[in-house]
Design a protein around this ligand. Sequence first.
Ligand code: GLV
Ligand code: MN
Ligand code: MN
Length: 415
Amino acid sequence: MTIIRPKLSIDGLIAELQTLGRISEAEPPVVTRVVFSDADLRARAFVKTLCLNAGLMVTEDAIGNTFARWEGTEPTLAPIGTGSHIDAIPNAGLYDGCVGVLGGLEAIRTLKQLGFTPRRSIELVIFTAEEPTRFGIGCLGSRMMANSLTPAQARTLLDREGRGLDELRASAGFKGSLESVALEQGRFDGFVELHIEQGPLLEQEGFDIGLVTHIAAPASLRILVEGEGGHAGARLMPGRKDALAAAAELILALEKAAKSTGAIDTVATAGVCEVFPGAVNSIPSRVRLETDIRDIEGVRRDSVIAALHEACKEVQERRGVTITSELVNADPPATCDGTILAALEDSAKASGKSYKKMVSRAYHDSLFMSRIAPVAMLFIPCRGGVSHRPDEYASPEWIGAGVHVLARALALLAS
Ligand code: GLV
Ligand code: MN
Ligand code: MN
């Protein structure tokens, strides 16, 4: 292995990130790019063109997971993967996911320019729908690659307009059988994902790089509260079955349950609350909540889910409403691979970048890739720990350091 000092084109990479950020369903600087929307399809086309211009071979699977391959000198060996996602939640910023995709591409272009020849192929992967916005479940593409969501389960997924995954992927141009999406163990020799931290620690503590050793376990529950609607003036308070008042109790019970584990790693959020009919002078008759519960320990996370179920029973009885819940997902945590972490650590040292080992509290496609391949992640700082907001920001220096460390690690792993 001769490649030690990648020379990156950071200005070019930042310009590409900005161009990608302007491909949005919302007015820039707000980035909204929901899977299979027109913006998602235009963003995919932009990234695919960059991959083709870099001389990579681009293929797509039946749900749009995209693989851009740099063939190694021993093409029958399982490749090293890198990549992330380019879909973005409503009201997001430029960097979540996109740094791992365009930064991964920049790492490959840099190695190519330097004349490095990989023994193993290197594949950039652009995962479909890491964000749960459309189908209510995160990491759709990588989840299906790992067969953690079966084709039969995938066929039941609907968006809020009632449109199914099968219909939407077909109209986005992704054909072929869902059965072909799952990958066999060993399809990748290893996988490395570059991502912004989405938390404040690296910036606060002055580190260039985070080496992710574990990824926290996410879960999500959908809750439907059905009460009784009516006139907000004429219907008196006694005997009301206000679905939103009941849902409010559930949201507070969820917050209390997460706080009461006493562990800083337990977090819970009710991020969606749809109220029907949603009129100021009408008692809410129906509320749909979507909740997100995470911990680095699956058992402790599950204790919060259990407490939420208890609260549902108690509120239902006391308020005379009907509460049903559906566990959308409860995924185990992931442990990152020692060999890939060692390659990243070597690379950080050789590049003169300071680093810290840390846990990822956000989920990532690597959580699912870890089920079919050895995986590790590297984080770069983001300003103020801000993410999932339009003011998300990572400086060119931070991005450059991440791409530099990634490039060198890819070269090590592919040699
Ligand atoms: C990923 O976007 C997450 O919510 O952790
Ligand atoms: Mn995200
Ligand atoms: Mn992300």
